[in-house]
Ligand binder design. Structure first.
Ligand SMILES: NC(=O)c1ccc[n+]([C@@H]2O[C@H](COP(=O)([O-])OP(=O)(O)OC[C@H]3O[C@@H](n4cnc5c(N)ncnc54)[C@H](O)[C@@H]3O)[C@@H](O)[C@H]2O)c1
Length: 254
């Protein structure tokens, strides 16, 4: 089950955290993995790890917010079967203290970046007579979180984007779903704690861990396992769905 042999998968942000775990898992299941990464060195390191384990992978240095760059890279990769829109950036702030610059930056990566990859990938997925897309949303798309104004809006857009694409490409046999993780322990979480809560790192880490009813953060490999299922032939009946992976955050926080 969950065999990806013969499938070509593009994973954005595959150099770190959740994207890295997806890249390693998909390669292990036989996929030819292509990582699109702003941090080209990190992308190359994951590729080396995959190749050492006997898998197939290539890294492409890319800023997904730049459409021309994204289109050129997808053309070089050639017809793909799976797109994982994973790359994203964090931001802490409310509607008053979020600067225009920060708002635009979050949107250009989290929303426009995903759109750019869809724009480049969809003609290829159609040519392949089918395919699968998984977009990385967040619990922030579904509940009101303190001080996550721009980030939550960007993930709400990912949720709506998933439904729109799933509907438009039914006839092309392209499935599109999203995953909404709560806190997953990655450099993304460590980075935003270090930047926004200097001197209180351990306290905030423990608080964030406890905010999941299950009592801990998720792991990148737990997200990768769900992504693998959604991209496998076994999930052939699933499209237009969002999957919370949240230790009970949305439904059990009472
Ligand atoms: N970690 C969490 O708790 C959590 C929870 C919910 C959703 N998410 C989402 O999961 C996704 C991955 O998060 P993570 O925690 O693994 O993050 P991460 O910071 O560990 O990894 C993100 C990767 O994306 C790359 N990236 C950033 N901007 C890019 C750009 N413009 N072009 C190409 N690559 C770029 C980074 O270089 C990095 O390697 C994000 O979309 C995030 O919003 C994370």
């Amino acid at each position: 089950m969950f065999n990806l042999a013969g499938k070509k998968a593009v994973i954005t942000g595959g150099g770190s955290g959740i994207g890295k775990a997806i890249a390693l898992t998909f390669a292990q299941q036989g996929a030819e993995v292509h990582i699109l990464e702003l941090n080209a060195t990190a992308g190359e390191q994951v590729v080396a790890e995959i190749q050492q384990a006997g898998g197939q992978a290539t890294a492409h240095g890319a800023d997904i917010s730049q459409q021309a760059q994204v289109v050129t890279i997808f053309q070089a990769i050639g017809p793909l079967d799976i797109l994982i829109n994973n790359a994203g950036i964090a931001h802490v702030g409310n509607a008053e203290n979020t600067s225009e610059e920060d708002f635009d930056r979050v949107y250009s990566v989290n929303v426009k970046g995903a759109y750019n990859c869809l724009y480049a990938a969809l003609p290829q997925l159609k040519a392949r007579t089918g395919g699968v897309i998984v977009n990385m949303a967040s619990i922030a798309a579904h509940v009101g979180l303190t001080d996550r104004f721009a980030y939550s809006m960007s993930k709400g857009a990912i949720f709506a984007m998933t439904l729109s694409v799933a509907r438009d490409y039914l006839a092309h046999n392209i499935r599109c779903n999203s995953i909404s993780p709560a806190r997953v322990h990655t450099p993304f979480v460590d980075g935003f704690i270090a930047k926004n809560y200097q001197g209180q790192e351990q306290e905030i880490f423990d608080k964030l861990s406890r905010s999941q009813p299950i009592g801990r953060m998720g792991t990148p490999s737990e997200v990768a396992a769900l992504a693998l299922y959604l991209c496998s032939d076994e999930a052939g009946f699933i499209t237009g769905c969002d999957y919370p992976l949240d230790g009970g955050f949305i439904k059990l926080n009472n």
